[in-house]
Design a protein around this ligand. Sequence first.
Ligand code: SAM
Length: 333
Amino acid sequence: SEQSDPDAPVRATDNDAALARLSASQKKYFSDPYISALVPRAHLQKPRPPLINVGTYLRGTAVDELVDSWIERAGVHGRVQIVSLGAGSDTRFWRLAAGPRAEKIEKYIELDFPEVTSRKAMAVRKSKVLSPALGPADSVSVGDGGTSLRSAVYNLLPVDLRKTPGTSIAPLLATESGALLSPNLPTLLLFECVLAYMTPAASDALIRWFADYTQSGSSPLGSIVYEMFGLGDSFGRVMLNNLKERNVSLPGVGPYPNIASLPERFRRLNFTEAHALTLKDIRRDHVDADELERLSTLELLDEVEELDLVLGHYAITWGALVPESISADRKDW
Ligand code: SAM
């Protein structure tokens, strides 16, 4: 029950994210052939409201573009590694594996609570749509009581991200056949809808641990964060109260009151680049007119006034920590 397990409502947020992705793909905002394999009784799920579909489309496509451009930049001379923290039912690995940059990916690692990873490991193994991307069946192993799934590229591992990374993540990444994550390859961290659930101190410790690891091999670290912010205003308080009613603890909401403050997270950790945009900015300035036209035909958006208010409280923050040895001789950083 929620009383005995305060993290249950936090894990349950993954259902919302997955249902939103399913809904937006069924409504043709984007194509995702993988999500229905990860949602139980997908065909019986009701569509989410247009506002949720639009938000899901905007963050999904914006993060896709940032990931693609990072792979292009960091992967010019070789392969890259991607780590998705609090990955939940995300389908990005399968979408990348079917796309033009698949061979650029050396490792794709997903981390989440064991209850979430065991459900996903089972769904992935069972699914004829998801399992082929992992390689031959005899190269895929499920371990740690069903909570982990390891394959050549894709690795799904159980961890509580609030714990000290040196004693929680580090042992997971050390395997008999060597380190799962190389300190010598460019590495990208994805935090989509996850930092709200941990304290700023815990999220800083996580990013710092990966920064130290990649710095030890003089390789670049990229990081993309998608989150709510600026919840101190009246509309933000309404959003926050909705979440509190569901007993979701949100220790990571609050330290970034406005868009200008969001890149501070990375600057404080000595990142060499840091940027942030709200979903409202992205919709206004970064979606082509043709695409906006296409979106307007998908369904009637009857919450137009609410739309900008909500989109103005979600942001994507991205940054990179590029060692001087690389940035000095490569202009593309
Ligand atoms: N990143 C996915 C997405 O954007 O669709 C899932 C987002 S879901 C809202 C948040 C996820 O973070 C859940 O799967 C939850 O279990 C995970 N999570 C939250 N706190 C965590 C923690 N301390 N350790 C591991 N996973 C955590």
